[in-house]
Design a protein around this ligand. Structure first.
Ligand SMILES: Nc1ncnc2c1ncn2[C@@H]1O[C@H](COS(=O)(=O)NC(=O)c2csc(-c3nc4ccc(O)cc4s3)n2)[C@@H](O)[C@H]1O
Length: 545
């Protein structure tokens, strides 16, 4: 019986290819480099292009340079940069030779960077001109950082190399790309990336992603049901932060497909829509915050999106109402959803393109399994019964860096990873995320999902964003409180907002904790509400009332 309630993804469309992620990336780039003028990346802001041929040549030379600098499979480099044309050059070069890459949020403060680097102790930091000042300050405090390379500056400055000067300085003088080959090593054990996540609790931990984890994503992104057809030059637009798993592993996957990736480092609505039109974009990735913005935008009708086949949302809960409005406004057959954790490398539930269900975040991807567990007794649940979501398979992280205790708290002895999310699946194995366990509000013992209240608030025509969290209440334990962002020029009172929710949800979900009007909701890099920060703001607001 129990086995029946474990849901398995289908067989992969293509067999899992041999080699490390570095060898697979090398083979792909080498192929696309042969196509004259084949564009890999376009900066959506400057319109500057980078060819596959350029990426292939620079990454091979940079790999040789890193080896000559003394780096090997025991070394770690860090990347700290906003989305730009150079971001993936050190990343791919490191993959070729088995150097581990740790990717840090380019918006982090020195305090946060110090915390992250203390976990991974990188010896070289690849940063951008924009992050250099903060990285230089951090370097002075960390003796294990040997040098800094500025990726979007050819010759570097203040005594540090740019990408080109680093290569000129360390690459073999007689380097011949025909003789370069990526290293071979054990792909199951070699750590390709360390990304950062608080997991289900606490401060950020280092999530170890192996080469094997990554090649599973490379396979899924080409799967006709869960990914994209491999047609080189297909135009894709992405504004998802590369430093986060969502942006990192989708973009690396796109490069193995030979797509033309138009990138943005900052979202600007008019530019985004103009790029969709001008580059005849066929697929684009969004986070729910942007889905909600497009659901209410007054600009959509001014552009031609006849080439757009797919909008994919992920990283945070997406209400089915918003999804449906966006689908209609962009005249799409469906909006694809993907659900993942840093701890699962990339999306582990994805909308299959032949079988879309409103509100569902999709089905289990190939070579993985999922189960829903009753949080009160640990029993595995059947369809339509909410419980905690668990996953198993080769995209599950190797573990948290130097933190066996936190690893065993989230991955059990049978290899099941607990997601910290409450979800259910329907009779046809489509999954529906209710919310994150840790953010669930407990009102008089009832579980209240903030995402559900947010979805209602977002339906109000004058509300363009909303965040809900539980604040402490001596009587009820926790009570739901909200912060909302109003459309420009609109005015609403707290009572109007409260009544809007009360008119649509049961009493336990009413905003007894009050409503605060903000210019923006505190969020993380993929649009998830920063509930801890929000709770502090709303708790203070409540105590003043
Ligand atoms: N679709 C979703 N619906 C509801 N909640 C979602 C979600 N995705 C992440 N989350 C939430 O973020 C938490 C994890 O946060 S996290 O650690 O920052 N990691 C992520 O959010 C994360 C890591 S990879 C990834 C995605 N990769 C994709 C590739 C293709 C595609 O079409 C869509 C996606 S989403 N998301 C989850 O536990 C869950 O609570």
């Amino acid at each position: 019986m129990e086995h029946e309630n474990i849901l398995f993804g289908p067989k992969p469309f293509y067999p899992i290819a041999d080699g490390t992620a570095g060898e697979q990336m090398y083979d792909a780039l080498k192929e696309y480099a042969k196509i004259a003028g084949c564009i890999a990346l376009t900066d959506g802001h400057t319109k500057e292009n980078v060819l596959y041929e350029d990426i292939f040549k620079v990454t091979c030379r940079l790999a040789n340079s890193l080896t000559n600098y003394g780096l090997d499979t025991n070394s770690t480099i860090a990347i700290c940069s906003e989305n730009n044309l150079q971001f993936f050059l050190p990343v791919i070069a490191a993959l070729y030779i088995g150097v581990t890459v740790t990717s840090v949020n380019d918006k982090y403060s020195e305090r946060e960077l110090l915390h992250n680097f203390d976990i991974t102790k990188p010896s070289v930091i690849f940063c951008s001109v924009q992050t250099f000042k903060r990285i230089l300050t951090v370097k002075t405090k960390l003796k294990y950082i040997k040098t800094i390379v500025i990726i979007n500056h050819n010759n570097g400055f203040q005594g540090y190399h740019g990408l080109n000067s680093f290569i000129s300085n360390y690459c073999d003088s007689d380097f011949d790309i025909k003789n370069f080959k990526p290293n071979s090593f054990d792909r199951s054990n070699q750590i390709a990336f360390v990304m950062y996540s608080s997991g289900t609790t606490g401060l950020a931990k280092g999530v170890m992603i192996s080469h094997k984890n990554l090649i599973l994503r490379f396979s899924i992104c080409k799967d006709p049901t869960f990914g994209n057809q491999i047609n080189p030059t297909t135009p894709i637009l992405t504004v998802i932060p590369f430093q986060h798993s969502f942006g990192m592993f989708t973009t690396l996957g796109y490069l193995t497909c030979g797509f033309r990736i138009i990138i943005m480092h900052t979202f600007e609505e008019r530019l985004f829509l103009q790029l969709l039109q001008d580059y005849k974009v066929e697929s684009t990735l969004l986070v729910p915050t942007l889905m909600s913005l497009f659901a209410k935008s007054s600009l959509i009708e001014n552009y031609d999106f006849s080439h757009l086949k797919e909008i994919a949302s992920g990283g945070a809960p997406l209400s089915k109402e918003i999804s449906e409005i966006v689908r209609k406004r962009f005249t799409l057959d469906f909006v694809r959803q993907g659900y993942g954790l840093t701890e699962t490398t990339s999306a582990i539930l994805i909308t299959p393109d032949t079988d879309v269900r409103a509100g569902s975040t999709g089905k289990v991807v190939p070579l993985h399994a999922a189960k829903v567990v009753d949080i009160s007794n640990g029993r595995i649940l059947g369809p339509n019964q909410p419980g905690e979501l668990y996953f198993k398979g080769d995209m599950i992280m190797k573990g948290y860096c130097n933190n066996a205790e936190a690893t065993s708290a989230i991955i059990d002895k049978d290899g099941w990873l607990r997601s910290g999310d409450i979800a259910y699946y329907d009779e046809d194995a489509h999954f529906y995320i209710i919310d994150r366990l840790k953010s669930l509000i407990k009102y008089k013992g009832f579980q209240v999902a903030p995402a559900e209240i947010e979805a209602v608030l977002l339906e109000h025509p004058d509300i363009i964003d909303a965040g809900v969290t539980g604040i402490d209440d001596e009587h009820a334990g926790q009570i739901p409180a909200a912060a909302v962002v109003l459309k420009k020029g609109k005015q609403l009172t707290e009572d109007v907002v409260k009544n809007f929710v009360s008119g649509q949800l049961s009493p336990m979900k009413w905003l007894r904790g009050g409503v605060r009007f903000l210019d923006e909701i505190p969020k993380g890099p993929t649009g998830k509400v920063d509930r801890e920060h929000l709770k502090e703001m709303l708790q203070k607001h409540k105590s003043k009332l």
